[in-house]
Design a protein around this ligand. Structure first.
Ligand SMILES: [Fe+2]
Length: 353
């Protein structure tokens, strides 16, 4: 457990530093090493639980935080308590290791086959090992996974689910975006570039009943393809927000048409992409998580029909059902498109025994 107090010099301009801190902290939360994070009410401080193998590893992790030079950290080592009730049972432990054995053996067997079939040399093996190290050091495992692996997990897990199609979450979601007030408009700069557009539609259950008060957590790149909180340019919170449906299940929000973007080209994921001569581009899209009580949350993206790269998305996340067609609304230069979301009922747990 680490208690962290942040002491920034009062005159310091720290927006960029805070954005990088947030991105790094979420990366560590996603990779499972930052297990819990609580804000200390009324202070610029937090209490966090990290899952690390050694004090050295913890130090390395803390010193990778952009705010590290300004953090007073107090560390308390915690161990699992034998009386804690939610420890896995013997049976659960056995099932988990059977699953791990099955999955790891299968993946390794296929890697071994690829090595033999492609006559991989020792030099290539050493280059791959260095690339693994580089991906870890650059903190790009979430990026690599979301770009090259997640689409298969998503299709496999949710392809047959009732309701609207989902697609990958990707690495640029930030939880706790502000709940906006109607009439909804994603926060943007006064001089925000990009075509103004209004997005409308309904959220219903699979029987067509409207879902009132459903939440749409929306995030997108700006017209130049940059995400706030991750890339230089847009201020914190730009083009991110939560929108609610009305009593009739309808929603409406205003935003701008996002631009296409590449995955970062200068890191190891970009180098792998260039080495294989693949396109690093993602087409223009708006991300959403649509949720309502009693229903499975829908993680999805809406793709702009006029965008380049719809057919060679580096993340393989485009589905025909998710392509939208903005048209002029007749109100000045404004474009508009509509999309109805259908949410599946929450998956009931299968009774055991
Ligand atoms: Fe995206």
């Amino acid at each position: 457990m680490v208690q962290m107090e942040v002491r920034l010099p009062p005159e310091m301009e720290a927006d960029d530093l805070k954005a990088r801190e947030r991105a790094r902290s979420q990366e560590l939360q996603r990779d499972g090493s930052w297990v819990h994070l609580w804000r200390v009410a009324g202070r610029y401080a937090n209490v966090s639980v990290f899952d690390v193998g050694s004090p050295d590893e913890l130090h390395e992790l803390l010193s990778s935080l952009p705010l590290f030079p300004y953090i007073d950290a107090h560390v308390t080592a915690l161990a699992r308590h034998p009386s804690k009730l939610d420890q896995p049972t013997e049976e659960e432990r056995r099932l988990m290791s059977e699953r791990a054995n099955q999955l790891i053996s299968d993946i390794l067997r296929r890697v071994h086959e690829a090595i033999v079939e492609n006559e991989v040399t020792y030099e290539e093996y050493q280059a791959v090992k260095q690339w693994f190290i580089d991906v870890g050091e650059a903190g790009e495992w979430p990026l690599f996974g979301d770009v090259y692996i997640e689409h298969v997990v998503e299709k496999n897990a949710f392809g047959d689910r009732a309701g609207s199609q989902g697609t990958i979450l990707g690495p640029f979601h930030l939880p706790d975006a502000p709940v906006l007030e109607a009439p909804y408009e994603l926060p943007r700069r006064p001089d925000e570039q990009g075509d103004r557009t209004v997005v409308t539609g309904r959220v219903t259950d699979t029987d067509g009943n409207p879902l009132a008060g459903a939440n749409l957590d929306v995030w997108q790149a700006d017209a130049s393809g940059a995400y706030s909180g991750f890339m230089p340019g847009p201020p914190e919170g730009n083009l991110r927000g939560q929108v609610r449906t009305r009593d009739d299940g309808r929603y409406e929000f205003r935003t701008v048409i996002p631009g296409p973007y590449t995955i970062p080209l200068d890191g190891p994921t970009g180098r792998l992409t260039a080495a294989a001569d693949w396109s690093p581009w993602r087409p223009s899209h708006i991300h959403l998580i649509v949720s309502a009580e009693g229903h499975e949350p829908l993680v999805t993206q809406l793709f702009i029909d006029t965008s380049d790269y719809l057919h060679d998305d580096v993340a393989s996340a485009v589905k025909d059902e998710l392509i939208v067609h903005p048209e002029p609304t007749g109100k000045g230069d404004e474009l508009g498109f509509s999309y109805d979301f259908v949410l599946a009922p929450i998956h009931a747990p299968v009774p055991v025994g």
